[in-house]
Design a protein around this ligand. Structure first.
Ligand code: UDP
Length: 484
């Protein structure tokens, strides 16, 4: 046995400091802790403070003696909203401020090779290209965790192919043209279904360059972790093996954590899952849902980053009210531009329908909401976490994607998985009304049956004997082996 065997497995997880990635990386962290691996979770100070205020960091310490947080500054002023339009600033600021500290921590600092508690494996967000160089410097294995959907990431990885084949930049504005150079997606993906960064003609655009850089770095990792399950994305995962031969599909992580915690605590105990929320949840909506008929309510949310205009808000609002459906709507503070105030008065034509059938909150306990029997559908921005949470609860979706992988996700929901309708590129009250009526009335049973089938597959994948269950066991074993 070499001396190194004495070092216990210790993973340092560095998520992209945004609600979605932090949420699912924390779920992975918990799963690794249950697998007897020591985890250090590196948050930015901003995220840590908000997590502490909204979820409470003690939850993790009480449950796991082998879990700890550490922090780095993200370098942005506190008042920066860190919304979608600020991501580029956030990434630049992380590079300038957080990366040098991270480098020091793992090369010569508290987690360096000669320290008392050295890191034996780094798990970083796939967008953190710097991690490959730093892990290489100290000879510590790196696993990238891309928290967006594999189908979304695959369209990133196909970008060089599209450029090489002369397909991108696109020669005209026909968004309905089918994409020819994305293997595994033949006949499925149109230009409009590609991530929003493809909507430029400039290959030198910063986002295009960032994606190309990510494409080069992903194969440098020893493995690639995904929050998905084999039965949902098998064709894409098999394509992905050409880029990285070591893939762990361990999702849906929130459902996986529930299964593993239940196995720890016994079948009768109902383990509570931490929401990992960085907004304060308004649980009053659960009491409201308790008073609504089964599958009668459409839940509406655009996640933690998307920002819409006042006009779009009103198109959705009119559509919701005109559909006659009951609705629970998350209106995140700061998510609408052009409003005079966050609590603007309800226009008279919307007042009655909203008061009679609607309930509005600033942030919801989403997982619990989607699991509630009163929810019959989800009007979503197609964020990957939201999509998986909806799939697990068997709730059909109307997709109104905003950016990154969401355009791809919405296409897969509508066209491949047949779990709902894709409203992409349209924000019109008539369309909103029509789609809600279709999802909640005329095609309700068809969508619910399909969603129910997929929910069963998702749950089976994270149960003993399932594909994600096996991949997580393999991941845990591999991390332990990396220590040898
Ligand atoms: N979420 C929540 N309450 C809300 C809205 C969203 O808890 O009112 C959670 C949701 O459950 C999901 C995350 O925020 O886990 C959003 O992540 P997603 O990937 O769906 O979208 P993003 O916010 O990254 O665009």
């Amino acid at each position: 046995m070499s001396d190194q065997r004495a070092v216990s497995p210790h993973v340092l997880i560095f998520p992209l400091p945004l609600q979605g990635p932090v949420n699912c990386m924390l779920k992975l962290a918990e799963l690794l802790c249950l697998g007897q691996i020591q985890v250090t979770f590196l948050n930015t100070l901003h995220i840590q403070e908000r997590l502490r205020n909204c979820t409470g960091a003690e939850v993790y310490f009480k449950r796991y003696s082998n879990f700890r947080f550490d922090t780095v500054p993200d370098g942005l002023p506190e008042e920066n909203p860190r919304t979608a339009d600020e991501i580029w600033n956030l990434l630049q600021s992380i590079d300038a401020v957080a990366v040098p500290i991270f480098r020091c921590m793992v090369t010569s600092g508290v987690y360096g090779p000669g320290s008392e508690n050295p890191v034996t494996c780094i798990i970083a967000d796939g967008i953190f290209t710097f991690a490959a160089g730093i892990a290489g410097e100290i000879g510590v294995p790196l696993l990238y965790f891309d928290t967006i959907s594999p189908c979304g990431l695959w369209t990133y990885l196909c970008l060089p192919k599209l450029i090489e084949a002369g397909e991108f930049p696109f020669k005209d504005d026909n968004l309905d043209e089918i994409i020819r150079n994305a293997p595994g997606m033949e006949g499925i993906i149109r230009r409009r279904d590609l991530p929003s960064f493809y909507r430029t003609n400039d290959v030198n655009h910063v986002t295009i360059q960032l994606v190309l850089k990510e494409d080069k770095h992903i194969p440098l990792a020893q493995g690639l972790i995904f929050n998905t399950f084999e039965e949902l994305e098998a064709p894409i995962l098999s394509q992905m093996l050409n880029v990285c031969p070591n893939i762990y599909a361990v999702g849906p992580l929130h459902a996986h954590l529930k299964t593993r915690l239940a196995a720890e605590t016994g079948p009768e105990a109902q383990p509570t899952i931490t929401s990992n929320s960085i907004w304060r949840e308004d649980s009053s909506c659960i009491s409201w849902l308790d008073t609504q008929p089964s599958k009668s309510v459409i839940y509406v949310s655009i996640g933690s980053l998307a920002v819409i205009t006042k006009d779009q808000l009103f198109e959705i609002w009119h559509g919701l009210v005109n559909s006659g459906s009951r609705f629970l709507w998350v209106r995140r503070p700061g998510s609408v531009t052009g409003l005079d105030s966050e609590t603007e008065e309800i226009p008279s034509e919307l007042s009655r329908g909203t008061k009679e059938r609607g309930y509005i909150v600033t942030w919801a306990p989403q997982d619990e909401v989607l699991g509630h029997p009163a929810i019959g559908g989800f009007l979503t921005h197609s964020g990957w976490n939201s999509t998986l949470e909806s799939i697990v609860e068997g709730k059909p979706m109307i997709c109104w994607p905003y950016f990154v992988d969401q355009q791809v996700n919405s296409r897969y929901v509508g066209e491949v998985w047949k779990l709902g309708l894709d409203m992409k590129d349209t924000c019109d009250r008539v369309v909103v009304e029509k789609m809600i009526r279709e999802l909640m009335e005329s095609r309700k049973n068809e969508f619910l049956e399909r969603a129910d089938e997929m929910a069963k597959l998702a749950k089976a994948s994270v149960s003993e004997g399932g594909s994600s269950y096996a991949d997580l066991d393999r991941l845990i074993d591999d991390i332990k082996f990396m220590n040898i």
